[in-house]
Design a protein around this ligand. Structure first.
Ligand code: 0L1
Ligand code: MG
Length: 261
């Protein structure tokens, strides 16, 4: 079993480093269930930390909207791990050359100053442990051909994570209504989508509570100082060189990302 975990983690790591697609693994390894998939994710992160001298910065939720779950044929969300070297700074121009077939999506970032440990974490517990929130965007870049995967495959691939950008201005949790907060997502000045916080499982903090209650089964928790991306408020949009994306949240300002060749 540990051979299979190493094999898949190594193949996913090489695909990301060298920017190529791989076929999903469940066809080759029918025993690849969700628990094994999280084992592979952990092994992949361990490899990245060792080889890139990276540190764990936090977590991300994926597949949090019902629409996306139906589209991808999965029955529950997934989570992944964020490393410090995945963060891009607002105002930088990002090259698309380091991606396979990247997409971008609007998110809300939560910064924790208390530990959150399952198994019975509620929305109120998440809000209580959150120091600040900020607008964010996540760049996802599945290593699978045409983003074609099962839930186990995508979990093994660290939930398609690639990079993330967080707004520099932080907001207190009581400054906004996270369920009702409105959002406008634009590409090259045109509106791509509008949404509200409730698009993420009814409340973005509910997605994080779900994750905390899952993490405890693997002996893990959200730690003080960690950041969590709560899941996309809209579908993801493909990125091309020259694209400019912005996300504006009611009462939380604007965040921009510019891509070049
Ligand atoms: O962050 C996300 O919602 C992406 C999770 C994986 C699904 C995908 O790659 O589209
Ligand atoms: Mg996401």
């Amino acid at each position: 079993m540990s051979n299979m975990i190493d094999q898949i983690a190594s193949q996913l790591y090489a695909a990301e480093r060298e920017c190529y697609e791989v076929d999903k693994f469940v066809d080759q390894y029918p025993e690849l269930d969700i628990d094994l998939a999280y084992d592979i994710q952990e092994r992949l992160i361990q490899m990245k930390c060792e080889k890139e001298n990276a540190k764990i910065a936090g977590w991300k939720l994926g597949l949090t909207s019902k629409a996306k779950q139906i589209m991808m044929g999965v029955h529950e969300p997934s989570y992944g791990i964020l490393l410090d070297n995945m963060q891009l700074l607002e105002g930088e121009k990002f090259s698309v050359k380091s991606f396979i077939h990247a997409k971008i999506e609007p998110e809300i970032a939560f910064f924790f100053d208390k530990e959150v440990k399952g198994p019975v974490v509620s929305v109120a517990d998440i809000l209580e442990a959150t120091a600040y929130i900020a607008p964010a965007m996540e760049i996802i870049d599945s290593r699978y051909r045409n983003f074609n995967f099962t839930l186990s495959d995508v979990i093994a691939d660290n939930s398609s994570s690639s990079r993330y950008i967080v707004g520099e201005k932080l907001y207190r949790i009581d400054e906004v209504d996270l369920r009702l907060i409105g959002m406008v997502f634009k590409k090259n000045g045109e509106i791509l989508a509008t949404s509200a916080g409730a698009a993420v499982m009814g409340h973005p903090a509910r997605a994080i509570a779900w994750m905390a209650n899952k993490l405890v089964k693997r002996g893990q928790s959200i730690k003080p100082g960690e950041v969590v991306l709560s899941g996309a408020l809209t579908g993801a949009e493909t990125i091309a060189a020259g694209d400019h994306f912005s996300v504006s949240f009611d009462g939380m300002g604007n965040l921009e990302a510019v891509f070049e060749g």
